[in-house]
Every structure is written in C-alpha cells, then in structure tokens.
Design a protein around this ligand. Sequence first.
Ligand code: MG
Length: 260
Amino acid sequence: MKTRFLTTIAALTLAAGTARAQYSDIPPKESPMKMKPEMTEIWEPEVKVVTPGKNAGNAPSDAIVLFDGKNLDQWVSKKDPKKPAPWKIVDNDYIEVVPRSGDIQTKMKFGDCQLHIEWSAPDVVEGVSQGRGNSGVFLQDRYEIQILDSYNNRTYANGQAGSIYKDHPPLVNVTRGPLEWNTYDIIYRAPRFKPDGRLDAPATVTVIHNGVVVQNNSTINGLTLYIGLHNYPEAHGEDVISLQDHGNKTQFRNIWIRKL
Ligand code: MG
C-alpha cells in the first residue's frame, strides 16, 4: 500500500514537472540577448477606439444593432427567409413572439461574436417545466442558449435558462420574475473545422445572465438536438442567429451584436 502511495506521489511529481515545462515560467539560464523595456512593447497596429454605450447594456459604437424598438428590418421569417419576421412589436419597445408563427432569424450571418439580448418571460405565467416561457437563441442557427421562465419552475438542469440546451447546465439560476427583463451577454467562439470537414475545435461560449456568469467558456458539444447526443455532423461557416418560437409569448428587446 505504502509502495503504491509513493509511486503515485512520484507520478504526480513527474506530471507536475511535465506541466511546468510546457509554460515558459522557467527563465533560460542565459538570455540570448540583453532585453530592454521597449523590446516587449507592441505599438502597431494601434488599437481601434470604440465609444462605449452610455449605460450598461447600451450598444457600443461598433455594434450592429439588431433591434432597438423601431422595426424588425434586421430579421426575417425562418420558414421563408424571403418574408418579414412574423413577430409583433409592442409599444415601440419590445418584440413579442407570435405563437406558432415560426422562428425568426437575422438577415446577416455571424461567426465569433459578442451578443447582447434582453428577454422577458410571458406576462401570464402558465405551463410547467419546458412549457413555461420557452424560447432560445440559436448561435449560427445551430447551438441553442436556452431561454425559459426558470423563476420557480423546475426542469432538467441542462434545459433551464442559461443552459446550452441538452448540453451544459448554467452555473446558477439567476432568472428574474416574469414581469422583469433578463439580460444575456453572450461571448461566442465558433467551431473550427479542418479542410476535410472534420472538427478541429468545438465552439465555446461564455454567458453572463443578469450580470452573473452562468457559462464560463463552456465547450458546446455540437448541434442542439432534442433527442440524442450532440455532435458536429458537418462543417459550416458563418450563419444566422435565430430566435425560437416555442409557442410562448416570450419578449425581446435591445439586441445588438459585435463581430469578434
Ligand atoms: Mg428553447
């Protein structure tokens, strides 16, 4: 037993040594040249200036505004992308899902991005579990960040608000009540594919829900499926962002995006 314990310690020490060697935290015995402060300064190209939004949640100057209360010009019907988005604008403020009219999608396509979107569960609380205030944001039209009225509404953890649907549960449930607005700030890195179409690196996502991190650089394991294990069936490039009509009157406002 003691021998096994010591062997384990030796293996761990060796592993730690190997891990250390991967990083350049051990200075070389002799520097190849005498370093000066300016030798590690990057001056060009100069970093682009972006004017931040006035308040938290406001679009910065380089954002593409996808909805600001005025119109749905940046959106079309997913069923027929030649047709306008079939959801309604209320009070020149927010969009409300028209149940069973179908999903909507952006006209523009995106890959790596930072997306800000605000949503509210339907005003009238009805249904339970996945039937209560269900919608979703589909990144590249494939990978769903779940939207659900998860306020006092138990469901499977990887199906509640802030989850990567049927993949990763959120770290915490920070959903506000149905008459309040929720914010999602989503930082998304698209999957990478090899020239032969096989996956090179899966997509990753960080989701900040109402100012709280609920997905911390989580790996997206593939195409969102209702049944079955997720995977990446085919290579793809930039694609639209779609919002789900799950038969509930979910509301959306202040949607903007930055390409990264
Ligand atoms: Mg959904």
